[in-house]
Design a protein around this ligand. Structure first.
Ligand code: ATP
Length: 302
């Protein structure tokens, strides 16, 4: 759905995006994770043809961007930083206006679609208020509503939960999961690890302009081959398991073995009381920290 090859953007002496190869597949919710200033917005703008790459290439929906923007953009819903809207008009009027500029359609179905997307993003009840009176979170929702107008196959969203309170973040997460379940592929940038961990199926990590990690979330979080066991009988268990216990304290231990069910059966048969037994997995935070610390030292961009 999105493929970039050695994509690079320089602003004078600053390399904002440094030779990245993104691979976003159909059906992904792809989390593009990076600290502030790491180059996420610049990348999103290049995907949409809003910023020209210094070098490298971008393919969206199988077409080269920005050359094929006319073919590609009608099939893509986009939310870029600071969504644009006419401040004196209501959210509904803004959407109607954007919709009339976009895909052709019957006036009646268009009005229905505006209602649908307002409802979808939780702005159904505030349609008379002018956008200048909107909070940042409301503007963000309006931007998202606009992205949904054309029922896109692909959504490209730059920090979609920016400015939303926890309730709003949860609603948008649910909405994105619903859209994904309905077949929409989603690419979203975020600086929030927890957000990406809860929502995404695939993760790319950007560190000072470089992609330092890109993989399926399930692969990054697969079991490590060690099992955590909490038991009041650590001494007995250690004797039983001999050299397989890698670490322990008074009430728990880490055992190097991959079959949790077999380990449980073995412990219980030997009379070891098992309180908790769970395969160890790396958190996304561990994986991201390891990848960013391992990335080559470069001057921090501000
Ligand atoms: P944030 O989450 O804060 O928006 P980001 O990850 O989206 O950060 P970018 O906005 O893409 O990062 O910026 C990456 C780097 O490029 C930064 O050092 C930024 O100052 C620089 N940069 C971005 N746009 C321009 C521009 N138009 N001119 C000069 N430098 C720019």
């Amino acid at each position: 759905m999105i493929r970039t090859t050695s994509l690079t953007k320089r602003y004078g002496p600053i390399t904002a995006v440094d030779g990245i190869d993104l691979d976003v597949r159909e059906g992904d919710i792809y989390g593009f994770l990076g600290a502030n200033g790491s180059g996420k917005t610049t990348t999103v703008r290049m995907l949409l043809g809003l910023v020209l790459a210094t070098s490298g290439s971008v393919e969206v929906l199988g077409h080269t961007m920005p050359a094929s923007a006319r073919t590609v953009l009608p099939q893509v819903g986009a939310l870029v930083e600071g969504p644009a809207a006419y401040p004196q008009l209501s959210g509904r009027a803004n959407l109607a206006l954007f919709d009339s500029m976009g895909a052709a359609g019957e006036r009646r179905t268009r009005a229905g679609r505006v209602d649908d997307v307002l409802e979808q993003v939780g702005l159904g009840g505030v349609d008379k208020r002018p956008v200048r009176a909107y909070s940042l979170g409301m503007r963000q929702r309006l931007g998202l509503a606009n992205a949904l107008l054309g029922r896109p196959r692909l959504l490209i969203l730059d920090e979609p939960t920016n400015g939303l309170d926890p309730q709003g973040i949860r609603e948008i997460r649910r909405l994105l999961l619903d859209l994904h379940a309905g077949g929409t592929t989603i690419f979203l940038s975020s600086h929030l690890l927890a957000e990406v961990e809860q929502l995404c199926t695939r993760v790319g990590v950007l560190d000072r302009g470089r992609v330092v990690l890109q993989d399926q979330l399930s692969e990054l979080q697969k079991p490590t081959g060690r099992i955590f066991v909490s038991t009041p009988d650590v001494a007995r268990a250690r004797t039983l398991l001999d050299g397989q216990v890698e670490a322990h304290d008074a009430s728990s231990m880490l055992v190097r073995v991959s079959d949790a069910a077999a380990l449980n059966a073995r412990l219980v048969q030997a009379g070891v009381r098992v309180e908790v037994l769970t395969p160890e997995r790396h958190s996304l935070e561990d994986v991201v920290l390891a990848a960013t610390q391992a990335s080559p030292d470069r001057v921090e961009l501000s």
